[in-house]
Design a binder for this molecule. Structure first.
Ligand code: UTP
Length: 301
């Protein structure tokens, strides 16, 4: 296979249970929780498009129909906005509507793990490299992380992973990669370990939910037994693929918020709200007052 084959398609898996956000996610997908006024999944779609992705494959599950609706046309709403002269809202909805035929949906019948969700998209991806974006990980910075991966991929080919540095004591919470020789915009990956034991991590570079993978991963996933958490783990399959193909990492120069946990979700809302000119002053003042009053209460207690 040509190692520089263009990355045209992306998988966005949205079939997880979102148990860390219960009860909010009992009836609503966690990927539809909002950061300011846009659902989490919209940020991943926008990032993929900015990186040149032409076709997105969503791996959905039961109770996730609303995600499909979010990316569909809404003629009644559009004409109502048009009649009432709400042109800004109208053009925002028009811009986010995918080109017809550029989005596909497939089902993961049970959430058996990220590796299994990726495998479910194999026929829709076919024999070409693809991007994978975990939608609850949101890029925040001067450029979207996936654009950085595509850039690195154009010189290295093979498989490319998005990484960021964590505090060394936090390494056991993440998938961690070992750092080999440096290349422009990244480095060669020497090893990958999912949640290493304390003191055994090969570095503090953790996987931030952005990947470019070669299609040979599907055959490996097909044979992949269940791993940690009794789930089919993507990292286990990547370790097998690394015996045959190159892996490079792009250290993202922005920051990724983990919106799958409460703390990261609230941080992302604050960061994106402070960047929105129409509300940033109000948000800043409210936050400052809340922090000061929280500190005063703490001192008085
Ligand atoms: P997470 O592990 O963060 O999602 O997977 P989760 O399992 O829904 O979260 P918790 O731990 O129960 O709170 C990252 C992404 O992969 C998808 C999720 O929907 C999420 O967008 N995913 C995960 C699947 O599509 N299928 C799976 O079997 C697991």
């Amino acid at each position: 296979m040509d190692p520089r084959k263009t990355v045209r398609k992306a998988i966005i898996p949205v079939a997880g249970n979102g148990t860390r956000f219960l009860p909010a996610t009992k009836a609503m997908p966690k990927e539809m929780l909002t950061i300011v006024d846009r659902p989490v999944v919209q940020y991943a779609v926008d990032e993929a498009r900015q990186a040149g992705i032409e076709h997105i494959v969503f791996v959905t599950g039961r109770n996730k129909q609303v995600i499909e609706d979010h990316f569909d046309d809404t003629p009644e709403l559009m004409s109502s906005l048009s009649r009432s002269g709400k042109t800004a809202q109208l053009s925002e909805l028009e811009n986010m509507l995918p080109v017809a035929g550029s989005v596909s949906f497939t089902r993961q019948q049970a959430p058996l793990g990220l590796g299994h969700a990726v495998w479910c998209a194999r026929d829709l991806i076919g024999d070409e490299p693809f991007a994978l974006l975990l939608p609850d990980m949101i890029s925040y910075g001067a450029y979207g992380c996936m654009a950085g991966l595509v850039d690195l991929y154009s010189s290295t080919g093979g498989n490319v992973l998005g990484v960021e540095q964590c505090a060394p004591e936090d390494a056991s919470k993440y998938g961690i990669v070992g750092k080999g020789i440096s290349v422009p915009r990244g480095f060669a990956v020497t090893e990958m370990v999912e949640k290493p034991r304390a003191g055994e991590a090969p570095s503090n570079y953790y996987l931030n939910g952005r990947y470019i993978l070669q299609p040979e991963i599907f055959d490996i996933l097909h044979e992949q037994p269940r791993g940690a958490g009794n789930e089919i783990q993507l990292t286990d399959a990547m370790v097998t693929l690394a015996e045959r193909q190159s892996f490079h990492a792009h250290p993202y120069e922005g920051r990724t918020f983990d919106c799958g946990c409460k703390h990261g979700f609230i941080e992302a809302n604050v960061a994106f709200a402070l960047d929105r000119p129409e509300i940033s002053d109000l948000v800043y003042e409210s936050l400052r007052d809340m922090v000061l009053s929280h500190e005063r209460r703490g001192r008085a207690a």
